[in-house]
Design a protein. Structure first.
Length: 382
């Protein structure tokens, strides 16, 4: 077999980037279980990049190892789902039953090794509505891949939605690492990306020239590889080991078994309000429920119960109400007249301008600027 004089740039780019990603990932201080899943996920995407590169360099009819398997997309969905689940639930041990998610992938790998079964005969780039191989391709690969992609995307988004509810019971602030909002957007992009990739492959078989589709397809998968690895490396927040937070309608039933009496609950609430007034812990930008519970020498579950049942607020709402009041108090204090709004917000416990603006407007019905101007006009009229 002749070696091409030049390989597509996608080949060295994807290989070196993946190696760099793995080095950076495993030199992190104490890599977590979700980091290992991230490594597997990126490796599978790298393998797809290698396959695409060899496909362009040698042509689809060459007897190349990477061209014999049409299985890579069947691994993307399980990796996405397992990464999301392990991350947001704080899992630290891999469950062997999770390997069942990769059964469709293994089936394709094993059947591709069956003698006289040439997967090159069932190439997606040889797609044709009059081609007899199209039916095999659709039933054996295209439909399962689409089903896997859709199911795992749905499951991942469902977990992320529940995680966001849990975040507000544990954290008083929003950040891209805590809310993992990047993962929600990337999951949607993941779904769009693979559908676009498949669409381009089908398009290339119908409308020449094919090399344009190959280049676009390679650029898309390389771009996704870079984007995914960037955010996977950035994610350092570990969440408490727990199941996702129950819906609000189930919280009272859950707390009914906690053993916390109404009298004790009222006592804790009274102590909590006194602690908030005296110590002002809400001025800490990255305050979480564990820190308050530890300071008051009570369990996190009991504190959450007091907030959700006794005060009808989650931790996020409870703390940020104090922060909004602190901002308003500083707006009214002449000693802070020379302070800009952002400085007052950060000094009052908020950790970002966007989060502050959103929370303040929701609490008061005004933007911070409008509220401060309103107060200044009231003072001028006195």
């Amino acid at each position: 077999m002749m070696i091409p004089s030049q390989f597509p740039p996608l080949l060295p780019i994807s290989i070196f980037h993946t190696l760099f990603f793995l080095v950076m990932l495993f030199t992190k201080k104490k890599p977590k279980l979700y980091d290992y899943i991230a490594a597997v996920w990126v490796i599978f995407i790298c393998l797809a990049c290698i396959r695409r590169s060899l496909h362009i360099a040698y042509g689809p009819d060459s007897d190349i190892f990477f061209l014999k398997f049409l299985h890579y997309p069947l691994a993307y969905g399980p990796c996405l789902y397992l990464y999301v689940r392990i991350l947001v639930r704080g899992e630290s041990k891999f469950k062997y039953k999770d390997l069942l998610h990769f059964i469709p992938l293994l089936i394709v790998i094993f059947t591709s090794a069956i003698p006289n079964l040439s997967f090159e005969s069932f190439r997606i780039d040889d797609f044709s509505f009059t081609n007899g191989n199209t039916i095999f391709l659709a039933l054996y690969f295209a439909i399962p891949s689409l089903a896997s992609l859709s199911i795992y995307t749905f499951l991942a988004l469902k977990l992320l939605k529940k995680h966001r509810e849990t975040v507000y019971d544990h954290y008083s602030y929003e950040s891209i690492e805590v809310t993992v909002s990047w993962l929600t957007k990337l999951t949607i992009l993941f779904f769009v990306f693979l559908n676009l990739q498949s669409g381009l492959l089908v398009y290339s078989s119908i409308f020449p020239p094919k090399f344009i589709s190959y280049k676009i397809n390679g650029s898309i998968i390389a771009g996704y590889l870079y984007l995914l690895s960037y955010f996977l490396l950035r994610q350092n927040t570990s969440f408490p080991s727990q199941e996702t937070s129950p819906p609000p309608t189930e919280k009272k039933e859950k707390y009914a078994k906690s053993g916390l009496s109404i009298e004790k609950r009222e006592e804790i609430i009274s102590s909590l309000l006194e602690y908030m007034k005296k110590e002002k812990p809400f001025l800490q930008n990255e305050l979480d429920v564990e820190r308050i519970a530890k300071a008051m020498n009570i369990s996190v579950n009991h504190l959450s119960q007091c907030l959700n049942v006794g005060l009808s607020k989650n931790f996020f709402m409870f703390i940020n109400d104090y922060r909004v009041d602190e901002v308003i108090a500083r707006f009214q204090d002449p000693n802070f007249n020379d302070y800009n709004i952002l400085r007052i917000a950060l000094d009052s416990g908020f950790n970002s301008k966007s989060s502050f603006n959103s929370i303040f407007r929701k609490a008061t019905g005004f933007t911070p600027m409008e509220y401060r101007e309103k107060l200044n006009k009231e003072v001028a009229l006195k």
